[in-house]
Ligand binder design. Sequence first.
Ligand SMILES: Cc1ncc(COP(=O)(O)O)c(C=O)c1O
Length: 287
Amino acid sequence: MTFWATFESIVNVGAIPYTIDVSKETLHLTLASVKEGVEKFKPRAILLVHLYGWACPETNEIRDYCREQNVILVEDCAQAIGDEINGESLLTNAHVATTSYYPAKVLGASGDAGGVFTTEQKIADTARILVNHGRTGHYDHGLIGWNSRLGAYEAAFMVEALKHLDARLDSRRNVCEQYRTKIKNPALKFLAPGAGVKENGYLSVALMTPETRPAFIEYLKKHEIGFGTVYPGAMSAQPGATSHLGGKISHGHAEWIAKSIINLPCFAYMKQEEIDYVIEKVNQFSA
Ligand SMILES: Cc1ncc(COP(=O)(O)O)c(C=O)c1O
């Protein structure tokens, strides 16, 4: 359960992706599922995805386990900027993490941009070389890289955007919290991030049943309320995955979540009257 870029990045480095199903409770990988994957597939690296603006609740346990097993752990934090785990930024102890500054993200650029976070100097140095055509000097190329430089305009935009990050986080978290506490409709079960996790408010997450969701979506459209279904399918089922997938551990959870999840409007500086309108209309829906 993730965005296609997670899958794609594995193929792009010449590796073979194997997918592991997420938990129906936390909607993320668990230590047990990671162990099962390591035992079955013996991978050299694992890509752990933090979705919805939450952090995987078992992140620290998975990090320790990967270290013990000598398996490289890369974390997809595209949706997780501003997340905390046990009072600490999720990124602080990530060996290698990547993020996206796509404009719709919590910390967005004006166009496309992204970043790599690491606790290892050598990885930081290599990443800087790779994203700049493998350059080790102006016309010296030590590696085969590509162009993923952050342009000067985006860098300047990001410096300004960073100043607003705390206010944006507060505003988004407030929307998620209001939905969780004020929506009393039994057709929707609002989920909160796992124990020890502080969300960034990227998405509001509720689960319905696959039977009730279609009528609710029509109801939202009728009342001009935007919504999301992040994500509407498992990545292993995408047409582009077929010729690359090495194997998978599936319990049907990702498919079930895909048919059950609903994301209500959530964005920074959403007005209280807008939040109230969503709450009122959702409370009036009858399944
Ligand atoms: C979980 C996840 N991974 C990776 C990406 C890719 O980010 P970008 O499009 O900035 O490369 C996204 C962006 O939507 C994402 O949500």
